[in-house]
Structure formats: structure tokens, C-alpha cells
Design a protein. Structure first.
Length: 226
């Protein structure tokens, strides 16, 4: 099966993975709320001048949706070569969407990942594909980025590295809104997710929460940047 067909079929795989798992009720509530096309896309402060980070681009659908709604600048980070190339070709005529063939994390290094469509993860057994991760702070400094309007984090376990890093460095206060999908297959996931939430609470309010499905956070007050 070619990449395009595999990507189109991946949505069913992900839905099945959740619906028949431990979170059936929450997923049903999320679907009933149409969260993917409401909560994850509706931000009254986004404009064409906004900067959005998409961590875990996969096939670029969310990047496409958020751009279509606001015409904002979108930086897409996808470390798996075949998916990054797919996104690059998809948006090759759109100069407002930049694609980076690496992930962002708490340090710069090479890692190995198990490539498995939208569930590709460095935490999965059988990881054998080398990818590049760049230090988040080094990247934003290099790009002279001081503020991010919206950040999506769906990186199959990597959230437990990068989000605490954003909190500890204080850069999280520069991110106006964050949407995160926590993953339960990581060791001590529930405890680690709760620790991250306590860190985020210092600078952000939680707007919605569907545990281990999606949750959204919005910065409390711009005065925290002073």
C-alpha cells in the first residue's frame, strides 16, 4: 500500500485504537463534541499574523485546517522522512507553511523511532528508524522567535520530554495556547501528565480536557511575560 493510501486509512486505525481501549467513553464524548473541528481549531485571537507550531505533523492535516481557517504562518515539525516529504510536497506552493524534517525536544540528538503511521513513537518496541531531534530553545533562538500563538503537541510520548522543558525554561509563558495529546503507554504516564499539568497551571488555564484524548491550555495573562 502506498503512503497516501496508508495515511488515509490511518484515521480508522487511530479511532479504533482509542474507541476499543480504556477511553471509550471519553472518545465518544470527544467525537460527539466534534472536538477535532471545534475545540482544536477555534481560537478567537488567531489572525494571519499569528505563528503556529505543529509538533507531530504526520500528513499535515491539522496544519492544513488551521491555515485554511486563519491563513497564519505554520511551522510543521515531522522527524520521519517519508511523512515530512509528503507534507512538503502537499504544501510546496504555500510559503506560509514551513516543514522541518526533525522533531523538537529537550535536547539535540539522534533517536530511533518505530514508524507506524500516526502512532509512530520512539517509545515503541522495535524502533529501528533513525530520526533527528533538535533542542527547542536552540531552535527558537536561531529563528529569533520570541512568541508562539498556538502549539499543537501530538508526538506519541515525546510530550513528557518537551512540555516539562518548556515549563522549566520559562518559555511556556511565551506560548499563548497549547493543545496536547498525552499518551498512556509511557511508563508512569498518569503521574507524569499530572505533574505537567501542575506546571502548566502556573501560567495557563485549562480550557478543555478529555483525559488522554486531547486537552487545551490558554495563557492566563500577558503580564506574566513582564
Amino acid at each position: 500500500m502506498d503512503l497516501r493510501k496508508r495515511i488515509l486509512s490511518a484515521g480508522k486505525f487511530v479511532r479504533d485504537r482509542f474507541i476499543y481501549g480504556d477511553h471509550e467513553q471519553l472518545v465518544q464524548e470527544w467525537v460527539a463534541r466534534k472536538g477535532d473541528i471545534t475545540l482544536r481549531l477555534e481560537y478567537d485571537f488567531l489572525t494571519s499574523d499569528s505563528l503556529v507550531f505543529d509538533l507531530g505533523g504526520y500528513c499535515g492535516q491539522w496544519a492544513s485546517d488551521i491555515y485554511a481557517k486563519y491563513q497564519c504562518q505554520v511551522y510543521v515539525f515531522e522527524p520521519v522522512a517519508q511523512y515530512a516529504e509528503f507534507i512538503r510536497k502537499r504544501f510546496h506552493r504555500n510559503k506560509r507553511i514551513r516543514v522541518f524534517q526533525f522533531g523538537l525536544g529537550n535536547r539535540s540528538d539522534d533517536r530511533v523511532i518505530k514508524v507506524s503511521e500516526e502512532a509512530s513513537s520512539t517509545y515503541s518496541k522495535g524502533a529501528d528508524t533513525r530520526i533527528r531531534i533538535e533542542d527547542f530553545t536552540a531552535f527558537v533562538q536561531k529563528e529569533a522567535i520570541t512568541d508562539i500563538d498556538l502549539m499543537k503537541v501530538n508526538i506519541e510520548g515525546g510530550e513528557y520530554d518537551i512540555v516539562p522543558y518548556l515549563v522549566s525554561t520559562g518559555y511556556v509563558a511565551r506560548v499563548r495556547a497549547i493543545q496536547i495529546q498525552f499518551h498512556e503507554f509511557v511508563e508512569e504516564a498518569k503521574q507524569r501528565a499530572e505533574t505537567i499539568r501542575r506546571g502548566l497551571e502556573k501560567t495557563h488555564n485549562q480550557g478543555y480536557s478529555y483525559d488522554f484524548v486531547w486537552e487545551g491550555w490558554t495563557r492566563k495573562d500577558p503580564s506574566i511575560l513582564q
